[in-house]
Ligand binder design. Structure first.
Ligand SMILES: NC(=O)c1ccc[n+]([C@@H]2O[C@H](COP(=O)([O-])OP(=O)(O)OC[C@H]3O[C@@H](n4cnc5c(N)ncnc54)[C@H](OP(=O)(O)O)[C@@H]3O)[C@@H](O)[C@H]2O)c1
Length: 330
């Protein structure tokens, strides 16, 4: 069956400016790290993508290595895009990245110009696209000069193969340097993609300040701590969950009684707010206006719907925030 997008798709989503750039992103974006590879079910992830777009999620985040196998999420996304969504390309922000292991030999990971530019060409081929909207350096490379890595991003933008440049997993100091180098080349660093959730708050130790000062947008990845910040693991590790899968990045050893106790307490605070825990975890990130978008994953349409409903209640009373802090510190 062919796909026609919901005509009311822009009626309820909020769009937030990405730093000081001209780009606006939806408050919720969809990531294809898990659940969109060849190991997953095509019909299921196709429906997730349609649901997302129908609800105003215009931003789809990929990377060269998403799958498994490596590259298959881009390939699958490209098939869906080509078959069903080609007419909507100009309404979409599609990102990809290079930095982690992709192919063997010295040019298949990290931050050389050789790797980044070859990988971008491969990504475009897999997705059957002429350009991506955002191309990221996926992680800093301690051995390659930052000028070279940023030079590759700048070149990708100049070639028209990417519209914007971004960095991911860079600390505060390296982000400031990356920003300065890109600026000197005439290509702004528009966005940073860090891991950020109630359970992972390293960005609060300086990175968010750099992003605010420089006017770089922030898209927070793994906002639900890969599913921990939901009701998913309250009764153990269910069959089919990320922690149950051999290729899942959430290991069952991370689902500890201590974490679950915290989750239970957070879950009660969320219930008092009339929200699911997933919704509260998303709202908690959006309270900081420097966070442009919250980059969720979902393995079903119902999870996506649950997460979208977070946008109905993003305000917090001081006493609620205090209660959350107590649980997180405790
Ligand atoms: N730049 C980087 O280095 C980097 C690294 C990691 C991720 N990312 C990006 O961030 C995106 C999101 O990461 P993530 O998948 O870890 O995000 P996440 O939103 O923290 O976790 C998503 C997982 O949580 C569970 N879930 C989601 N909504 C739920 C709900 N309402 N109720 C119950 N469970 C729910 C699902 O797990 P089940 O599968 O168990 O159902 C889902 O697969 C990735 O796709 C990728 O685009 C970037």
């Amino acid at each position: 069956m062919s796909y026609t997008a919901n005509s009311a798709r822009y009626s309820s989503m909020q769009y937030r400016r990405c730093g000081i750039s001209g780009l606006k992103l939806p408050a919720l974006s969809l990531g294809l790290w898990h659940n969109f590879g060849d190991v997953d079910i095509y019909d299921n992830f196709r429906k997730i993508i349609f649901k997302a777009f129908d609800e105003g999620i215009t931003h789809f985040d990929l990377a060269n290595n998403y799958g498994p196998p490596l590259g298959s999420a881009e390939k699958n996304f490209g098939i869906i895009l080509g078959k069903d969504m080609r007419n909507y390309r100009d309404e979409m922000i599609i990102s990809t990245k290079a930095g982690y292991y992709m192919w063997q030999g010295p040019y298949g990971e990290w931050g050389s110009r050789k790797y980044l530019l070859s990988s971008l060409d491969q990504s475009l081929k897999r997705m059957n696209l002429e350009y991506v909207d955002i191309f990221y350096s996926h992680r800093p490379d301690p051995e390659t000069p930052l000028e070279e890595t940023m030079g590759a991003l700048d070149h990708a933008v100049r070639l028209g193969k990417a519209i914007y440049a971004g960095v991911s997993n860079y600390n505060a100091e390296m982000t400031a340097k990356a920003y300065d180098i890109l600026k000197s080349m005439g290509t702004p660093c528009v966005i940073h993609q860090p891991k950020y959730s109630m359970l992972e708050r390293w960005v609060e130790g300086g990175l968010m300040d750099v992003l605010g000062e420089k006017g770089i947008g922030c898209i927070a990845f793994s906002p639900l701590a890969q599913g921990l910040l939901t009701n998913r693991y309250l009764e153990g590790i269910p069959e089919g969950s990320r922690a149950s899968k051999p290729h899942g990045f959430l290991k069952n050893s991370q689902v500890t009684p201590e974490v679950i106790e915290k989750i239970r307490k957070l879950n009660s605070i969320a219930s008092e707010r009339g929200q699911s825990l997933a919704q509260m975890a998303i709202a908690w990130l959006l309270k900081d206006e420097r966070v442009t978008s919250v980059l969720i994953g979902a393995s079903s349409v119902s999870q996506l719907s649950d997460n979208l409903a977070a946008l109905k209640n993003t305000g917090f009373e001081k006493r609620e925030l205090q209660k959350i802090e107590e649980v997180l510190k405790g």
